[in-house]
Each structure stands twice: as C-alpha cells, then as structure tokens.
Design a protein around this ligand. Structure first.
Ligand code: ADP
Ligand code: MG
Length: 286
C-alpha cells in the first residue's frame, strides 16, 4: 500500500503572530514494504510530516494519498486510515491513561471490525511481541511501570492494530543500547513480514543498519531522498545537514587515514567486517 505526498505544505497557527511554516512543498512516495529513515536537524519538520502521513494534521496545501486516495477529501473513510497507518508518537509513554495495561493496549482496537476474541488475541500477541508475559502484566496499572516498560506498552498498543504502515517518531531515543537492539530487531522482523516502516531517528548506526532509504529534511524542505548507503557514505554532506556519521563509517575513515585501503562505501558493521577480512586475506596472499 503506497503512501504519497504531493507538494504538501504545513503552517502552524496560520494568520496569527505565532505563524510557523513547518513544511514547504514536500513531495515523496513510499511503496509497500519499504523501510525508510527520516532525518534532519531538530525543528526541521519531521514530526509534522509524519502527523500529516497519519492524517492527524491536514496539509495547508497539497495532498496526502493512501493507496491513491486523498485522505483529506470529504467522504474518505477515516477508519481505513486508522486501520492501515499506525503512528507511535515521540513520547508515547506519556499517553497511557487506562486503568490496566490490557485495556490500554486494546484501546486502539475499539473501533476495528473484530470479534472480542480476535481483539483479546491481538492484545496478547502485541504484549508478548514487546517482551511481556501477558498473564503477569495484563492487570497491572501502566502508571506503576518504569519509563522503558511504559514505552513498550505504548508500542504494543500500536502493534495490536496491525498497521500496514508503521510510523515511529524517535522511538529509540530514550532506550538503553540493549533495549534499542531488541526494539529494532522487532521492527526489522515486522518489516520482513511486509509492514512498511517509516522511522525518525538521529541514530546513524540504527538507520545505517536497518533503513533502505533515507529522507533528509531541512527547514521544512525535503532535500535528500536516496538509498541509505549513498546518504551515509558522504560524510561531508552529512555534516552540511547536521547529521551523524555511523560508527562503522567513522572507524573505516580513521583506518583510511592510517593508510589502510578501505572502500568509501562502508556504512554498516557488516561492510566494515567484509573490508577488514579482504584486507587480512590480501595481506596473507602477499
Ligand atoms: N504545535 C505547534 N505549534 C506551533 N509550531 C509548532 C508546533 N509543532 C511544531 N511547531 C514548529 O514547526 C517546526 C517543525 O517542528 P517539528 O515538526 O516538531 O520538527 P522536528 O520533529 O523535526 O523537530 C518547528 O519550527 C516547530 O517549532
Ligand atoms: Mg520531532
């Protein structure tokens, strides 16, 4: 299911003294099954962009099309959007409000055309997928849990709706490295099973490792839309857009400076290992 933006602009508080132009004529298209990273300096419009994709904001001008249909046209079935697009907000742990974890995770299923059994099964599945024991956690209050646990509950709430397009706004920012890895493995698995992923993150290692394509926003404009390798190998360009360099790219660059002949396109740990292996084997043959 493709999602397409046609010259989308968005201005907050238009016509007031607080008017802020957040997005300026952004056009892009994401095909079903893609894994896309969305990056850019704070305030460049990333969160605004994903809220437009999820239909939570209406463009000031331009169109958002889901499967070819304009989601902001009168008569568009909003339920379709809610069923197909899931958005995890930037600080999702602040949005839990039900009395039990089970009720919280089930909240987004309320209006879906599923039987009670199907809904219960979805809640169990989502909580288990996010690393909980369903029986142990279901009756607990979300308020008594740690920040990391609350975040996983919020993620379970989005997963339970089984969106075809899953949008994540800085999901790993407050997770520790282990939690980050587990979380990304989960997202990667969902992608391999067919879910489209759009992820906002400042973490170059994570994007380098998992994303296929990267979109770079600057001051509300889409200035790069390219394969991940192309974006993350060009360290000069990364600097221009205030973007971080991935660790493997950084290490390869340091080794290059020491005179070792590494290729320029090392972005992932796998690339680095391949480069080192080639170097060692080449040395042995000589
Ligand atoms: N609710 C809002 N009201 C007014 N301005 C906003 C609001 N949300 C964001 N902005 C402004 O819109 C611009 C883009 O913000 P945002 O989409 O949150 O960027 P990012 O997620 O990349 O940090 C910023 O200048 C920000 O200050
Ligand atoms: Mg943001």
């Amino acid at each position: 299911m493709p999602i397409t933006l046609e010259r989308v602009s968005y201005t907050y508080a238009a016509g007031t003294a607080f008017e802020t132009a957040a997005l300026d004529s952004v056009s892009l298209s994401i095909a079903g099954g893609e894994f896309v990273g969305l990056v850019g300096h704070t305030g460049c419009g990333k969160s605004t962009l994903v809220q437009l994709m999820a239909g939570l904001l209406r463009p000031t001008s331009g169109k958002v099309l889901l499967d070819g249909k304009d989601i902001n046209l009168k008569g568009y079935r909003r339920e379709e959007l809610r069923e197909k697009v899931g958005l995890l907000f930037q600080f999702p742990e602040c949005q839990l409000f039900e009395t039990t974890v089970e009720r919280d995770v089930a909240f987004g299923l309320k209006h879906l055309p599923l039987s009670a059994e199907e809904k219960a099964e979805r809640v169990r599945w989502a909580l288990e997928r996010t690393g909980f024991s369903f029986e142990q956690i279901r009756h607990q209050s979300p308020l008594g849990l740690s920040g990391g646990e609350r975040r996983r509950i919020a993620i379970a709430g989005v997963l339970a709706t089984r969106p075809q397009i899953l949008i994540l706004d800085e999901p790993v920012a407050s997770l520790d490295p282990m939690g980050r890895r587990d979380f990304m493995e989960l997202i990667s698995r969902l992608n391999r099973e067919g879910t489209t992923i759009v992820i906002i993150s400042h973490n170059a290692d994570i994007l380098g490792e998992y994303a296929h394509r990267v979109l770079v926003l600057e001051q509300g404009k889409l200035c790069i839309d390219a394969p991940v390798k192309e974006v993350f190998q060009d360290t000069e360009r990364l600097k221009t857009y205030h973007l971080a360099v991935s660790q493997p790219r950084h290490i390869a660059r340091l080794l290059q400076q020491k005179g070792l002949p590494f290729p320029q396109d090392i972005v992932r740990y796998g690339d680095l290992l391949t480069g080192i292996k080639a170097l060692v084997e080449g040395g042995r043959e000589r």
